[in-house]
Ligand binder design. Structure first.
Ligand SMILES: [Fe+2]
Ligand SMILES: [Fe+2]
Length: 292
């Protein structure tokens, strides 16, 4: 499990010296990380038996998720990141399962929350319905429980070898003004990881074209449509998101948006993982299907 104090100071550090020397000698890459999408893990120990019965398309994927961790260990990664929805609903049992699965990794791992990581089952929901409270209803309690398990869900920058990864909470389909100000102050080469795709006309069109049934108020950051113009355009070259349960890539005004899958929500298709390799002067992001 990663420590809670993973943010570090901006600017040049001696930690960058080996990467600088490697770049001068032509060796690449100096950072290699993987980004996971929506795992939606469900524990057999969770007391909500009815919910588990309704979501077997996720719970049945657990053995494959364990194999996914084993495969990731063969890639010799500096770190693994999750863009959220690690669990299918917020509960003690599901968190414990998530920690057990992710602890198989041989490298540090970090996450930013998805809506499901914060959403409690709705009490008294009609039988046969999968109903969760909105992510903001019990947000402080959910964040506190993750923290008690040693997992930080807060906004932060994590340095990996020669790169900087930004984790920003968009679980409620928006990014706050304070986070936009914060992103603007981060190094230009940073890679932004956040759960919900940004709300731009191009991204809306991209989603609608592939999945017209998606409610774009929920599946984009509709609560903060100014994010791209405010702090991404001309500043952040790569944004990786989950939430859609579908993969795709879109380039808009110098920023590449990587939408990754990661779940078994669509039958037996293997999860997509974003492999990010960065050197001193370039970043390469490759979407690869895990060989499961
Ligand atoms: Fe999800
Ligand atoms: Fe989600």
């Amino acid at each position: 499990m990663h420590p809670l104090t993973d943010a570090r100071a901006p600017g040049w550090t001696w930690r960058r010296l080996p990467a600088f020397i490697s770049a001068c000698l032509g060796y690449k890459p100096s950072m290699r990380i993987a980004v996971l999408g929506d795992l939606h893990l469900i524990s057999d120990a969770d007391p909500c038996i009815e919910l588990r019965r309704l979501r077997t398309f996720f719970s049945d994927g657990l053995p494959a998720m364990r194999r996914l961790m084993t495969w990731l260990n063969t890639l010799h990664l500096d770190a693994v990141f999750s863009v959220g929805d690690v669990i299918d609903w917020h509960s003690e049992a599901n968190i414990i399962l998530a920690l057990e699965v992710l602890s198989q990794l041989h490298c540090p791992w970090h996450m930013t929350p998805g809506n499901h990581d914060l959403q409690f089952p709705t009490p008294g929901a009609p039988p046969g319905s999968y109903q969760l409270d909105p992510p903001d209803t019990f947000r402080p309690q959910a964040i506190a429980r993750w923290r008690r398990h040693g997992v930080d869900l807060g906004r932060r920058r994590i340095g990996c070898a020669d790169g900087d990864v930004l984790l920003v909470d968009s679980a409620s389909s928006r990014i706050g003004r304070d986070s936009m100000d914060w992103i603007r102050k981060q190094p230009r080469r940073s890679i932004l990881l956040t759960h919900v795709p940004l709300d731009t006309p191009a991204i809306r069109a991209h989603i609608h074209e592939r999945e017209p049934h998606r409610n774009l108020e929920i599946y984009t950051q509709s609560g903060s449509p100014e994010v791209f113009a405010s702090c991404i355009r001309g500043h952040i070259a790569h944004v990786v998101t989950g939430h859609l349960h579908g993969s795709g890539t879109l380039v808009q005004e110098g920023t590449t948006f990587h939408m990754i899958d990661g779940s078994f929500a669509r039958g037996l298709q293997p999860p997509t993982v974003a492999l990010i390799e960065a050197s001193a002067d370039q970043v390469a992001v490759t979407a690869i299907a895990a060989p499961l």
